[in-house]
Design a protein around this ligand. Structure first.
Ligand code: RIB
Length: 313
């Protein structure tokens, strides 16, 4: 029987303005184009997993608007099981995104229905969660729900991959339930400052050490075009390089990484360092394409890309 991976998280419709450069504070600029894409960190990670061939169930909430139909169809077409995606009255989650010509972006998320995914929903889907080989979470649903999920996975002994995005301080109890925490540099800095007032970390190893000191089992620091740094109980402390590509849109690159890392580790049984290298490849491919879920590659695209990259190293 194929292993099940469960993602608990958000679904958003991404409203994306393409611009030459990101506007400064208070500045008005003329944009290049406008597109809508299916997004949301939870849904993106679920789609990344499904495109690679994982059996994946998404637990989330959609609104009662037209976006809900589009978002449900988007994840289903990728092969994600949406039987645990419920509905709430009102608007679905949305994200206002600006992407610049050099691939950078800014994102404002309006939670909508994601905000009504509550601990009761975790209880409702407890049986499905307890069947998972790995559970993935992010922070675009209420914090209390993620805290509750953390307690459940910890008591069930299920590995928990948490993307602490958008960044906010987290309870020690939640941090202790995390098997793999995957912050980017900003998120890591915020967590370090929140838990060690007055201290900042000057390097990736120092950030990781401080976070590990909070009881997190493993940390993977996402360093963008520089790759990742990983450390913890289940891995050697090591940098893993990114693959050099021409980035057109970095939106959801972190989601591509998390989905791919979970697939490689939990589904394929790869060693953590190999899983991170595979995930760097998937993230690199994703930034060569526009949009969030539209940018997630299939397993055969990844294999071809990684073979070419390794041959040229
Ligand atoms: O990680 C990228 C995602 O962040 C976007 O798809 C947007 O919806 C926000 O959730």
């Amino acid at each position: 029987m194929q292993k099940l991976i469960v993602v608990v998280g958000s679904l958003n419709l991404d409203l994306v303005a393409g611009v030459n450069r990101l506007p400064a504070l208070g500045e008005t600029i003329i944009g290049l184009d406008f597109n809508t894409y299916c997004g949301g960190k939870g849904a993106n990670q679920a789609v990344a997993l499904a495109r690679l061939g994982a059996s994946v169930k998404l637990i989330g909430k959609l609104g009662s608007d037209a976006f809900a139909t589009q978002l449900r169809e988007g994840v289903e077409q990728a092969g994600v099981d949406t039987s645990c995606v419920g509905s709430a009255l009102g608007s679905s989650g949305t994200a206002l995104i600006t992407t610049s010509a050099d691939g950078d972006n800014t994102i404002v998320v309006i939670p909508g229905a994601n905000g009504s995914l509550l601990p009761d929903d975790i209880d409702r889907y407890r049986q499905q969660i307890e069947q998972a080989t790995m559970v993935l979470g992010q922070l675009e649903i209420p914090r209390e729900t993620t805290e509750y999920l953390g307690q459940l996975v910890r008591s069930a002994g299920i590995p928990f991959l948490l993307d602490p995005a958008p960044a906010c301080p987290l309870s020690q109890e939640l941090l202790r339930s995390v098997t793999w925490l995957t912050p980017n540099e900003t998120e890591a800095q915020l967590l370090v400052e929140a838990h060690f007032p007055g201290l900042s970390a000057r390097s990736a190893p120092e950030s990781a050490d401080r976070l590990l000191g909070l009881g997190i089992r493993n940390v993977i620091l996402k360093l963008g075009a520089r790759g990742v740094y990983m450390a913890g109980e289940d891995t050697e402390s090591t940098y893993v390089d990114a693959f050099p590509v021409h980035a057109v849109d970095t939106t959801a690159a972190g989601d591509a990484f998390n989905g791919a890392f979970a697939f490689a580790l939990a589904d394929c049984g790869m060693a953590p360092r190999d899983a991170a290298e595979f995930a760097c490849g998937v993230a690199a491919l994703s930034v060569t394409r526009p949009g969030a879920q539209t940018s997630m590659p299939t397993i055969s695209e990844c294999e071809t890309f990684l073979d070419e990259q390794r041959a040229s190293r």
